[in-house]
Design a protein around this ligand. Structure first.
Ligand code: GRF
Length: 221
């Protein structure tokens, strides 16, 4: 019987600091037999982060690389890179990883390092995003998966999802609406990368993907 070669899965390392709901979405996606990526390692810089339990439950290797145990940011980042390389990771996903990564690490993993941010970048970079979206009176917000560049929450955009903001939202209600979409677009972005449909062209991503042609208006007419 003729055997059809199945392409090797892209091996992904995930960096976390906390509860790991985006990690869980990636673990769930990678658990599907036809998903083109596998999670090789989960690293937390925070001992006891709940995401470590999620990874262990899924049977995925975990490591704690505690930044406070290193004399410098550079030494910490070298340890991260070594751990990722030892596990054979080809793509690194930041999933609620609460340490800024400096130039050398970003350069080592250039176009192989992605992040998810809970706003429609380039709007609302940084922390306290939902508070600022509400204070600004934006009618839409959302989330973004992007390649990482040295500046915070900057880099070529791979996928975004948009959600409405309502007058009675508070930061928690808005965060929950955005998070529900984060859990959809992170696995989508990883799949597109693993399928080699994503190409970085200067400041932008170009991709082979279906188009949508639909406007959203909030409030509706
Ligand atoms: C998410 O909102 C993500 O966009 C941001 O940090 C949060 C992490 O949540 N970077 P979790 O750890 O994935 O639950």
């Amino acid at each position: 019987m003729a055997r059809v070669a199945t392409p090797a899965k892209l091996r992904v390392g995930v960096l976390i600091s906390g509860r790991g709901s985006n990690l869980q979405a990636l673990l769930d996606a990678a658990g599907e037999p036809d998903f083109p990526a596998e999670i090789g390692l989960v690293i937390s810089n925070i001992p006891g982060a709940y995401g470590l339990e999620r990874a262990a439950t899924a049977g995925i290797a975990t490591r704690v690389i505690d930044h406070t145990a290193y004399p410098s940011r550079g030494a910490f980042e070298t340890a991260l890179s070594e751990g990722l390389r030892e596990a054979g990771c080809e793509l690194v996903c930041l999933a609620g990883f609460m340490r800024l990564l400096t130039g050398p690490f970003v350069e080592t993993w250039w176009d192989r390092l992605v992040n998810i941010h809970p706003s429609l970048l380039p709007a609302f970079r940084g922390l306290q995003v939902h508070e600022r979206v509400i204070a600004y009176g934006a009618r839409f917000t959302g989330c973004t998966v992007h390649f990482v560049r040295p500046a915070m929450d900057d880099g070529p955009i791979i996928a975004q999802a948009v959600v409405p903001v309502f007058d009675d939202d508070d930061p928690d209600s808005l965060a929950a609406r955005v998070l529900a979409q984060e859990l959809r677009i992170y696995p989508l972005a990883v799949r597109l990368i693993a399928e080699r449909r994503v190409r970085v062209d200067g400041l932008k991503v170009r991709m082979d993907a279906p188009r949508i042609d639909q406007a959203l208006i909030n409030p509706p007419a």
